[in-house]
Design a protein around this ligand. Sequence first.
Ligand SMILES: [Zn+2]
Length: 247
Amino acid sequence: MLLTTDGLIIKELKSGEDDRLITILTRDNGLLRVYAKNARKMKNRGSSATGLLCYSRFVIFSNRDKYILNEAEPIEIFFDIRSDIEKLALAQYFCELSLTLVPEHDKSEDFLRLMLNSLYMLMQNKREALQLKAIAELRMLTLAGYMPNLVMCDKCGAYESDDMMFLPEEGIIICAKCLNSNISAYPVPPGVLQAMRHIVYSSLDKLFSFTLSKQSLILLNQASEAFLLNKTSRTYKTLDFFNAIIS
Ligand SMILES: [Zn+2]
């Protein structure tokens, strides 16, 4: 059976001389692991469409649970990202997040749009790296079913407080008056909380439309990263690498 789909390559493994196993974040079929035979021998057009971070239109031959690449035509190649080590590190982290959070054979259009928009913003220097990182972490978790509850203090119902704290284990906010001091909590002052609410609750086309100071971006990232590590219960080599570069 032949399947035609748009998708972004988020993982690439060389297999022998010319073959590759690529993982594609598709629009309609979740993640697909596709065998690309003779990837380098494919006509030029095909081979520039099958590398990491290529967004391409794929024609894939599927037989039971095996997928073999038939044709690939590039739509957008985020090539400029590769010439900047910080951008490449962040893009690879986004790929690792997708590999962890996108379902295998489910509709994945929102994940794909989030990834494409994030990579575009990153490549074009439209937003700070730390802003894009927090957006990717919080929004991807939300899409994957881990939506935090940021509406009000979980105990007293306060909507805003200068000393609001985020609890990554529960994914809730608690004001300083209600906080039990033994619990792991991250400060989210009003501007940071507003940004978190925006990332989690806004529509996808408005997702990137907010600004924060550098100091607030750091607080936002501490909260979003703690939430991610807590919910996915694992570490990320690409995250450690990115954090080492920017520190
Ligand atoms: Zn409270």
